[in-house]
Design a protein around this ligand. Structure first.
Ligand SMILES: Cc1cc2nc3c(=O)[nH]c(=O)nc-3n(C[C@H](O)[C@H](O)[C@H](O)COP(=O)(O)OP(=O)(O)OC[C@H]3O[C@@H](n4cnc5c(N)ncnc54)[C@H](O)[C@@H]3O)c2cc1C
Length: 396
């Protein structure tokens, strides 16, 4: 795809990351999945080259760019067949929230390590009984002297086995009912009372998902990120927590869009390569419009989704959190749908080979669905646009 609206710097980043992606590629990722281990070599090399930290401020060891840069990194690695899912979480959500709202100590403790890849932070918001309705989360923090005690359950938290800590979204004890007044805690994965259980996923991915049980996990006061309930009076109040949460969730949606576009591009490129050569009549199958047109449509849909993603990233990096919210939701929707369609068409283009391990496309059918479900489902984005953008009434 051409990148006509990107700056020369962004284009240079794109081609440099693409070169790294090509050196690892699909074969590397398939190997790590088969061996049941994370893509540590690629993660570490991307860290050394500065790609994990592109959006982290320079004074904390990063590149001083924005989410637009980080989205390019993820998309290009994905287009090469070796996406790094934890980019969505550790640098995009956790580092962004910490660099925007964390204390100086928190920034010094986490940002340089996240930037160079030596430290990793997972993110836990989803709960078994809340799911899409984050207002119902019940993970609760209560004061015990100067400390906090955190209790609750989380589900589908990615990468906990390779993380040093999880940024957990909880709420305060006196806000158990009513609208969400979230607060964010940095919870070390070796804390007492913190238990993780891998979820058996039918997903061919290097990153694992976990259910977490937090049983009175004792945390020091400085485990709380930014202005939580202790700042409840005065400007912002506990709603400051909501602001902080969305400061992390918008990058998450933008990055999921980049993840989906990268995967869609990878699948499409494999299908095009195959359709150019495979001949069962007189001409290669790519000459049949029934094969060519859906691939052309997939390309157009991915390009459209990328434009929306670039817009969302631009708004976010320009400091327009409200504008970025709508744009990031719509970009994530568009990218997930484009990815699911591109993967489906790619598998179909390969005929029987679309389902063989040798060609490795069939597993993307499941992987592509992740972008449609997480971090916010297709329906919840349609609800958002119905209510927030179009002003239609709510059914729930
Ligand atoms: C691979 C993977 C990795 C993940 N990683 C993380 C992570 O690192 N951290 C984390 O916190 N979470 C993570 N998640 C969780 C993910 O964000 C949730 O799965 C997602 O938010 C949906 O929640 P749910 O699974 O509980 O579905 P539910 O909320 O139970 O929804 C089920 C279905 O009902 C539909 N639905 C629900 N409410 C409505 C409504 N009002 N109107 C119309 N339809 C509705 C949904 O669209 C969906 O299709 C991950 C999930 C996956 C699959």
């Amino acid at each position: 795809m051409t990148a006509v609206i990107e700056s020369e710097e962004h284009q240079a980043l794109r081609s440099a990351v693409a070169a790294l992606g090509r050196r690892y590629g699909r074969a590397y990722l398939t190997r790590t999945v088969a061996e049941g281990r994370p893509p540590a070599e690629l993660w570490s090399e991307a860290g050394k080259l500065g790609y994990l930290g592109v959006s982290i401020p320079e004074e904390y060891g990063g590149g001083g760019g924005g989410i637009a840069d980080l989205a390019i990194v993820l998309e290009e690695l994905g287009a090469a067949g070796s996406p790094l899912l934890m980019l969505v979480v550790s640098p995009a959500i956790c580092a962004t929230v910490i660099s925007r709202f964390g204390t100086e100590d928190q920034k010094r403790a986490w940002l340089p390590g996240i930037a160079d890849g030596t430290r990793l932070m997972a993110f836990g918001i989803t709960e078994p009984d809340a799911g899409s309705n984050s207002h119902r989360i019940t993970t609760t923090a209560r004061r015990d002297g100067a400390d906090w005690l955190l209790t609750g359950r989380k589900v589908f938290v990615s990468g906990v086995d390779i993380a040093d800590a999880v940024l957990i979204v909880g709420r305060t004890a006196d806000a158990r009912t009513g609208s969400l007044k979230p607060c964010l805690f940095i919870v070390p994965t070796d804390a007492e009372g913190f238990r993780k259980q891998p979820i058996d996923m039918e997903l061919s991915a290097a990153e694992k998902q976990f259910e977490l049980v937090l049983d009175d996990v004792r945390l020091p006061a400085d485990a709380l990120v930014g202005g939580g309930p202790s700042h409840a009076s005065g400007s912002g109040g506990a709603d400051a927590g909501l602001l902080q949460l969305f400061a992390g969730l918008n990058p998450e949606r933008i990055m999921t869009a980049a993840f989906a576009i990268g995967m869609g591009r990878y699948a499409l490129s494999k299908a095009v390569e195959y359709a150019r050569d495979r001949t069962v009549w007189k001409a290669p199958i790519g000459a049949h419009q029934a094969i060519a047109h859906p691939l052309a449509q997939a390309h157009i849909d991915l390009e459209l989704a990328r434009l929306m993603t670039q817009k969302a990233a631009h708004l976010y990096d320009a400091g327009d959190d409200t504008g970025a919210g709508e744009a990031a939701n719509m970009a994530k929707y568009a990218a997930a749908e484009a990815c699911v369609k591109a993967v489906d068409q790619a598998v179909h283009t390969l005929g029987g080979n679309g389902l063989t391990r040798e060609f490795g496309l069939a597993s993307l059918i499941t992987a592509a669905r992740v972008a449609r479900i997480a971090p916010v489902s297709r329906e919840m984005i349609l609800n958002y646009v119905s209510h927030q953008t179009l002003g239609l009434p709510k059914s729930y």
